[in-house]
Design a protein around this ligand. Structure first.
Ligand SMILES: Cc1cc2nc3c(=O)[nH]c(=O)nc-3n(C[C@H](O)[C@H](O)[C@H](O)COP(=O)(O)OP(=O)(O)OC[C@H]3O[C@@H](n4cnc5c(N)ncnc54)[C@H](O)[C@@H]3O)c2cc1C
Length: 265
């Protein structure tokens, strides 16, 4: 047994203060990853700082070509949001395909992005859209945020407050879900942006989410599925486990990428 002190701050400043004064504090988003980890004693924080009492933390808005989603927005909120559906339909669709209804009703975008599970869906959208992760102290470009499996640029006691997504001309996301968990065996997010095409892959890479440059170059010339003929990813960097070999995953990336382009709106 271990003791954990529960905090329910009313503001981000209070949350940061509670974290800073804790011996080993953890932020609680939706608890869908953290609580099972604690139950298994893989994590034993001295303090839990619950963000769910902070007003506005789940706000969703779009203005000046940017969709801003508060870190506390749950997957179900994002899936159902008229603002998200209009600005970036692929993002609403992605959120609606995460886990099951229970997970979508509790899990948050901030928790998912902070956790950076190698098979999670949101990291593909954040990287694929070239989003910006906003924290209590700074803004971090997606290209600098994801540092490897379960690893990010977040500092100790740093809290994600929102994600800013530039609205693309079109975007699509397709995943091949693990039949049991619905996590991505392979998921590919494609976006047509002012700066060219972006392609981000989750579920497949040994270092977590990554950009597929050969595919980005092909799609920047012509944003259609046929442009991806011959554009591949190297199986040597792919995960290999009981669910699928590295070669299988590399092949799936090509298949999912084409489907994502076909689905792009
Ligand atoms: C059965 C099951 C199926 C799932 N299937 C999928 C799936 O198909 N696709 C998918 O992408 N995910 C899936 N998930 C994961 C789910 O999306 C979780 O919601 C997500 O990984 C964590 O979000 P959370 O809000 O629950 O975070 P928590 O569990 O509360 O926290 C996770 C980590 O992030 C930190 N954290 C939380 N919020 C913040 C913040 N604002 N700033 C900084 N750090 C923060 C916590 O301290 C902790 O370290 C599944 C989970 C389960 C249990």
């Amino acid at each position: 047994m271990y003791q954990t002190k529960y905090h329910k701050p009313a503001s981000v400043d209070e949350a940061v203060a509670a974290l800073s004064s804790a011996e080993d504090g953890k932020v609680l988003g939706g608890g869908q990853t953290l609580l099972p980890t604690m139950k298994q004693h893989l994590a034993a924080p001295t303090d839990l700082v619950d963000l769910r009492g902070i007003a506005g933390m789940d706000a969703i808005s779009a203005a000046d070509g940017v969709l801003t989603i508060g870190a506390g927005a749950r997957h179900a909120d994002v899936a159902a949001s008229a603002t998200v559906r209009e600005a970036i339909p692929a993002l609403a669709c992605l959120a609606g395909g995460i886990g099951d209804p229970a997970v979508r009703s509790m899990g948050t975008i901030g928790g998912s992005v902070a956790n950076n599970d190698p098979a999670a869906d949101y990291p593909a959208a954040v990287l694929g859209l070239g989003a910006t992760v906003v924290t209590n102290s700074r803004e971090i470009a997606a290209d600098d945020f994801f540092e490897g499996m379960f690893s990010t640029a977040l500092g100790e006691d740093e809290i994600i407050t929102a994600i800013k997504f530039p609205i693309p001309s079109s975007a699509g996301y397709t995943k091949f879900p693990n039949p049991a968990s619905r996590y991505a065996m392979v998921g590919v997010f494609v976006a047509q942006t002012g700066g060219g095409a972006r392609v981000a892959v989750t579920g497949a890479g040994q270092d977590g989410v990554f950009r597929a440059e050969m595919m980005e170059n092909a799609l920047s010339s012509s944003f259609e599925a046929g442009a991806l003929d011959g554009a591949t990813v190297d199986s040597r960097g792919m995960l290999s486990d009981i669910h699928g070999t590295a070669e299988y995953r590399a092949h799936l990336v090509s298949v999912m990428a084409k489907r994502a382009v076909d689905s792009a709106v």
